[in-house]
Design a protein around this ligand. Sequence first.
Ligand code: NAI
Length: 252
Amino acid sequence: MGDFLQVNLKDQVAVVTGATRGIGQSIAEGLAANGAKVACLGTNAERLQQTVTGINQNGGEAVAYLCNVAVTEEVNKAVKEILERFGKVDILVNNAGITRDMLVRRLSDEQWDDVIAINLRGPFLMTRACCEAMRKAKYGRIINITSVSGLQGNAGQSNYSASKAGLVGFTRTVALELANRNITVNAVAPGFIDTDMTAVLSDIVKQVAKDQTPVGRFGQVEDVANAVLFLASDKASFITGQVLPVDGGLTV
Ligand code: NAI
């Protein structure tokens, strides 16, 4: 478990997609450490169970839901079960994401479609499924994990960059639609973070990434989780439709 910002999320219900590892796991742990009951969504049953067991063994409360965020029926079923069990959703963190990097001239239809489906359609499906309950409760926090690649170009990531830039547009518009119901919608844009997603990069690419990052290192998953915790808290009630880079100065 990480070193987390302290905010009061007691009795709140949080939903985190892609909670089986990396940033999503840390976000789920941080929310649980602050008193939220956390519904952890993921596609890998074994790893999902590990996340949930870890949280429950540390005094938190988490429940696993197998769910591919790109599939409407799976999303609607998971959110229905969460609402039946907990009665509400206060916080939704759309974290699940993938990369399928390739220069655009060689990018396949499948590489394009898979990334858009998980990174952009997924947050749409999850938001649509959760926002009615938030509207009725007149409270909600939706936090979308975008990327610096959604704010600036990154050669080899046209599909990923388009999905994450799309998520920024989605964030701003949904923020406007839900503002009068006391629901905030924001995005966090990580730079290079030490996770399995970046572990596959070659040593040369990793060194270039570090050189490009003014603080000279990769971020840790807790850096992103703590930004999410702030935006999820009651202290952030006047912030909506915004994108918070957590990138060591990369996009400055
Ligand atoms: P990761 O690859 O370690 O974890 C991604 C998570 O999403 C895993 O739990 C995976 O099982 C889940 N997932 C993948 N497809 C799914 C699906 N169809 N349905 C449900 N869950 C699914 O990645 P990492 O690094 O933890 O990234 C988390 C988020 O942060 C992603 O949205 C990523 O794009 C974003 N991000 C990561 C950066 C980094 O440097 N690691 C930088 C910028 C953004």
